[in-house]
Design a protein around this ligand. Structure first.
Ligand SMILES: *[C@@H]1O[C@H](CO)[C@@H](O)[C@H](O)[C@H]1NC(C)=O
Ligand SMILES: *[C@@H]1O[C@H](CO)[C@@H](O)[C@H](O)[C@H]1NC(C)=O
Ligand SMILES: *[C@@H]1O[C@H](CO)[C@@H](O)[C@H](O)[C@H]1NC(C)=O
Ligand SMILES: *[C@@H]1O[C@H](CO)[C@@H](O)[C@H](O)[C@H]1NC(C)=O
Ligand SMILES: [Zn+2]
Length: 187
């Protein structure tokens, strides 16, 4: 009997070193899969490799791989964002030039000729850049407002297409000196 027990342990130990102790652990001569949180039949190596191929076992691994892939994608997506596109997007927005002007051939050609940069599509800027810039701007405004009292002025009007437009302007109120105007926007 004792010999039997020793050989069981060494067999389980072999599985552990073969398949990794991040996957299996040995508990009272039972092979236990940490990922599936279940006992794995360990009579034969075949039984263990079979377990590794089960749907149940592969699912959490795939999920983990997906997570890692998403993370890497996000990193690549961020690093792929070009300074030129960020600056272009900021410039257009801050000067009230609609992003769709980028679809005008003359405007594109002018930018391309003198900046020597490929000019992004409007949709690229909308998908990848606008939100970043929006977040950055909101963050800046929050930091400036911090604990100051603010004033807000909203003025409603209609644009050329008879759409209702609200012009919003906000600033801080200071006792010592005149406050600063933080932002004005239309929506
Ligand atoms: C050793 O393993 C065999 C097969 O899995 C099992 O039948 C036996 O009970 C085990 N012996 C001990 C001492 O755990
Ligand atoms: C273990 O593998 C053997 C074949 O090597 C098979 O006959 C047996 O049914 C398997 N046991 C389990 C619990 O899967
Ligand atoms: C990365 O960019 C691609 C292409 O724009 C997009 O399909 C993917 O969802 C993005 N991934 C993440 C994690 O943002
Ligand atoms: C912008 O901020 C929101 C809210 O904090 C966040 O959910 C979103 O992921 C941010 N977007 C980018 C592109 O950083
Ligand atoms: Zn498993």
């Amino acid at each position: 009997m004792p010999k039997d027990k020793t050989s069981n342990y060494s067999r389980l130990g072999y599985f552990l070193s073969e398949f990794g102790d991040e996957v299996f652990l040995i508990d009272a001569s039972i092979l236990f899969c940490k990922l599936c949180e279940c006992k794995v039949n360990s009579d034969k190596k075949f039984n263990v490799t079979q377990h590794l191929k089960t749907e149940k076992h592969l699912k959490p691994i795939k999920r983990e791989e997906n997570k890692i892939e998403k993370k890497q994608q996000l990193l690549t997506n961020i690093s792929q964002k070009s300074t030129f596109n960020i600056d272009l997007c900021k410039t257009l927005i801050s000067t009230n030039i609609p992003l769709n002007k980028l679809s005008k051939v003359k405007f594109r050609q002018f930018l391309e000729k003198y900046t020597k940069n490929p000019i992004p599509d409007e949709s690229t800027l909308r998908k990848l850049y606008v939100e970043d810039i929006y977040n950055e701007t909101i963050e800046k405004i929050r930091n400036k407002v911090s604990n100051n009292r603010i004033w807000v002025s909203i003025d409603e009007t209609t644009d050329v297409e008879k759409r209702f437009i609200a012009n919003v302007i906000i600033g801080t109120l200071d006792i010592e000196h005149s406050g600063s105007i933080l932002a004005s926007m239309r929506s």
